[in-house]
Design a binder for this molecule. Structure first.
Ligand SMILES: NC(=O)C1=CN([C@@H]2O[C@H](COP(=O)(O)OP(=O)(O)OC[C@H]3O[C@@H](n4cnc5c(N)ncnc54)[C@H](OP(=O)(O)O)[C@@H]3O)[C@@H](O)[C@H]2O)C=CC1
Ligand SMILES: N[C@@H](CC(=O)OP(=O)(O)O)C(=O)O
Length: 344
């Protein structure tokens, strides 16, 4: 089966990752690229300042960038990946869904909307069926599906593995790469020889999205997990890969080996972009490290290390590639789940 796909916001940092990940994809055939009015009408190679660590695919380089409107995208495109600024996406994504397109979006708008699935295929694939509720309520033929924030997605797989021991509270502190802010988000003068102990909106996203992701879906609505989550977010001068230190209070008292085994054995999914093993647990206390470990599982694996018991539960470190597993890769995986579950 081949599905014709497009990318909204294709010239940006995440849009370029989409192009890289879709090159040679077994199911998805890239058929449309959109961006702002400044880029529309230009060949992609001219409109995009290409910065990904592999060449622009030859056929993509010559594609003409389109306007980001439903009229500008061919009708035979079934699935759109969205990496628009959220201020733009909030209206535009709804226009496309109303027009019949299915959208797998990485932008932060609407992630907490009651009828919008916020999905990680290995964690809560059942939440995808919120699409039925969404279509009933909004009268759409299309659909809007979201993946979480990059810092949130990094800690969720290990937390999902721990939930069998009864998570009561999570305290997490992040060390986030500069690519998370986009290419012009943090200047070199701000970040070299430095760390910035604030990332606007990020703590709130981690504290809320995590509870929706680990919540229960009863076929009509998601009841959020009742754990307390407190996050502290920091920017550091790594290029890619968010590292996080998590402290988790548990109802039960598992030993370190039980915790590590629960993470190692946490099941993956059989989708083209999914890693064979979702969580890699290091015994070496100096791992994971961003530069060494962010590309494990082609950037889609979650790395964990430093698992230790505490008075109230466990602590560990976790790492994921923020623009692959944390952004474009997460949307592509959701697209694969949409195909698998018959939504396309
Ligand atoms: N960078 C990262 O690691 C992560 C980013 N995200 C989220 O993904 C989204 C994209 O981020 P990123 O790729 O870094 O952003 P960029 O600024 O690099 O790219 C934005 C894209 O949107 C297009 N665009 C901007 N304004 C408009 C408009 N008015 N109409 C149509 N298209 C427009 C741009 O086109 P043009 O080139 O023509 O201006 C470009 O293609 C954001 O919502 C961000 O929060 C999420 C997780 C990680
Ligand atoms: N805020 C993230 C990147 C991002 O854009 O997240 P979101 O997808 O929630 O907008 C970072 O700075 O690393």
């Amino acid at each position: 089966m081949s599905v014709r796909v497009g990318i909204l916001g294709a010239t940006g940092a995440v849009g370029q990752r989409f192009i890289q990940l879709l090159d040679g994809h077994p199911t998805f055939e890239l058929a449309a690229l959109t961006a702002s009015e400044d880029s529309a009408g230009r060949p992609y190679r001219e409109a995009a300042k290409w910065r990904v660590d592999s060449p622009i695919p030859v056929d993509v380089a010559e594609m003409t960038v389109r306007e980001t409107t439903p009229e500008a995208v061919p009708d035979d495109v079934d699935l759109l990946f969205s990496s628009l600024p959220s201020s733009v996406a909030v209206d535009v994504e709804e226009d496309f869904a109303r027009d019949g397109y299915v959208i797998s979006s990485n932008s932060s708008n609407d992630r907490l909307a009651e009828d919008v699935p916020l999905t990680i295929p290995e964690i809560n694939p059942d939440h995808l069926d919120l699409i039925e509720v969404q279509r009933d309520e909004r009268g759409w033929d299309g659909a809007l599906v979201k993946n979480p924030n990059c810092s949130t997605i990094t800690m969720i797989p290990p937390l999902a593995a721990l939930d069998r021991f009864g998570i009561e509270r999570v305290d997490v502190s992040t060390l986030q790469a500069v690519s998370g802010a986009g290419y012009s988000g943090v200047t070199s003068m701000e970040i070299i020889d430095n760390a910035i102990p604030h990332i606007g909106g990020e703590e709130d996203k981690m504290e809320t999205e995590s509870r929706k992701l680990l919540g229960d879906f009863d076929g009509a609505a998601v009841t959020w997990h009742d754990m307390d989550v407190a996050a502290s977010c920091n920017r550091i001068p790594t290029l890619d890969g968010h590292l996080e230190n998590a402290f988790v209070d548990l109802a039960d008292d598992p030993d370190v080996d039980e915790v590590a085994d629960a993470m190692r054995e946490f099941p993956g999914v059989d989708l083209p972009s999914a890693p064979n093993q979702l969580i890699h647990v290091f015994d070496d206390p100096e791992r994971p490290q961003p530069r060494m470990d962010r590309m494990r599982g082609q950037g889609m694996q979650i790395c964990v290390g430093g698992v230790q018991s505490t008075d109230h539960g466990v602590k560990f470190n976790c790492l994921a590639h923020n623009t692959v597993r944390g952004a474009a890769g997460a949307s592509v995986l959701n697209g694969e789940l949409l195909v698998e579950n018959g939504y396309l």
